[in-house]
Design a protein around this ligand. Structure first.
Ligand SMILES: Nc1ncnc2c1ncn2[C@@H]1O[C@H](COP(=O)(O)OP(=O)(O)OP(=O)(O)O)[C@@H](O)[C@H]1O
Length: 373
């Protein structure tokens, strides 16, 4: 039985539909992350699960029980928002215990829960302070502590780290991962942060316009996206999309990319990645998807394998990030981003040979954005 099941949920605000037949099943202990562009319905779905917003149709089940029409207080669910909403006049202790007090948990039990949670989050020394006397990260821990004290069946986190600075965000991300590993809690988590999604999730649901486009492991949504939208949404910098003409036949398909002022580039499509759909597209324009890391400086990471096809272009921008270097260079009608190692010595305006790892490329229908191979 699933810990949480969203069954065909629709939500309208007036005449506008913002959730369209959303279905999801989350196992006990699973960490599910919802991602999608602003306005796609992530918070609405979270509010529906928490009971803060009634659904228009469909059902929500926790541990097999239909809770669709229960009030928030009657649901065994705790929510942590991006704005921590701590009570300013209460101490940290009071804030953490508040939910338990509302549920009429006896004092001794409350105190034990506060101690346990404070110890877990390493905020025991802050219990007598007021929220105004805390840093952003400490406040965030208190907000999490308030949720953890209740030991609910499900935790909902709606962009809990988005108000923290970059360094603290990374620290808290690790903290949350450790907590999840230690407690085995069931979590639904909304984020805009790609790295948060990839590093924390057991599974990722990519939403758009109130629908779930793909639900899969981080590896699946990143390396095996269902369509061009998911492929472009996951990953930073984004996947490069390049128009190419497909020709050839099974066992020997090729992609031709017209390049301005230079000889057309021909890339062989690996036989191991062929699908029956390719036969129908011969002679047509398709979209080739290559992530920045699918390129490598000639004769480096990819070695001399046949699939690592060579392209050569003049680099327009060089952006060192510290850990690696992002290069912008023209390919066909577009400018692509390639990620190379930190030791690559190249200046803008210079020509560079790059190998393309076609074994990891994706092909999309140029009109419908559907995945072809
Ligand atoms: N109370 C409301 N009344 C009317 N429309 C609403 C209401 N709340 C949200 N919406 C609309 O529903 C859609 C989904 O909003 P929602 O807040 O769920 O998106 P989101 O994916 O969480 O966005 P963001 O990432 O920007 O927080 C949006 O178009 C929004 O304008």
């Amino acid at each position: 039985m699933s810990a949480l099941e969203i069954d065909n949920v629709c939500k309208d605000f007036g005449t506008t539909r913002v959730l369209e037949e959303v279905s999801l099943a989350i196992d006990s202990g699973e960490f599910l992350i919802l991602v999608g562009p602003s306005g796609c319905g992530k918070s609405t779905l979270m509010n529906a699960i928490a009971g803060l917003e009634p659904v228009t149709s469909g059902r929500i089940l926790v541990g097999g029980d239909d809770i669709t029409w229960r009030t928030p207080a009657e649901r065994d669910i705790a929510m942590v928002f991006q704005s921590y909403a701590l009570y300013p006049s209460m101490t940290v202790r009071g804030n953490i215990a508040f939910g338990l007090e509302m549920r009429k948990v006896p004092k001794a039990e409350r105190e034990a829960a506060v101690e346990r949670v404070a110890d877990l989050l390493q905020i025991s020394h802050l219990l007598d302070r007021k929220p105004a006397q805390l840093s952003g990260g400490q406040r965030q821990r208190v907000a999490m502590g308030r949720a953890l004290a209740r030991e609910p069946q499900i935790y909902l986190f709606d962009e809990p780290l988005s108000n923290l600075d970059a360094k603290l965000r990374v620290e808290m991300r690790t903290e949350i991962k450790k907590l999840h590993q230690r407690l085995g809690t069931t979590i639904v988590y909304v984020t805009h942060d790609q790295i948060e999604a990839m590093t924390l999730a057991d599974s990722i649901a990519v939403m758009r316009d109130g629908r779930i486009l793909q639900l899969g492991t981080p590896d699946e949504v990143y390396n095996d996206p269902v369509d061009k939208y998911v492929a472009g949404f996951m990953g930073s910098p984004s996947m490069n999309f390049i128009d190419a003409r497909l020709d050839g036949e099974p066992g020997a398909y090729r992609l031709h990319i017209a390049t301005e002022g230079e000889a057309a580039l021909t890339l062989p499509w690996p036989e191991s990645r062929e699908t029956p759909m390719l036969a129908e597209r011969v002679g047509q324009t398709v979209t080739l998807g290559l992530r920045p890391e699918h390129f490598a400086e000639e004769d480096t990471r990819l070695g001399d394998r046949a699939e690592g096809t060579l392209l050569s272009a003049r680099v327009s921008v060089v952006e060192p990030t510290g850990a690696d270097i992002l290069l912008r260079l023209p390919l066909g009608a577009t400018e692509i981003t390639a990620r190379v190692g930190p030791d690559c010595r190249i200046a803008s305006g210079e020509r560079l040979g790059l190998r393309v790892d076609m074994r990891r490329a994706a092909l999309f229908d140029a009109d419908t954005d559907a995945r072809l191979a």
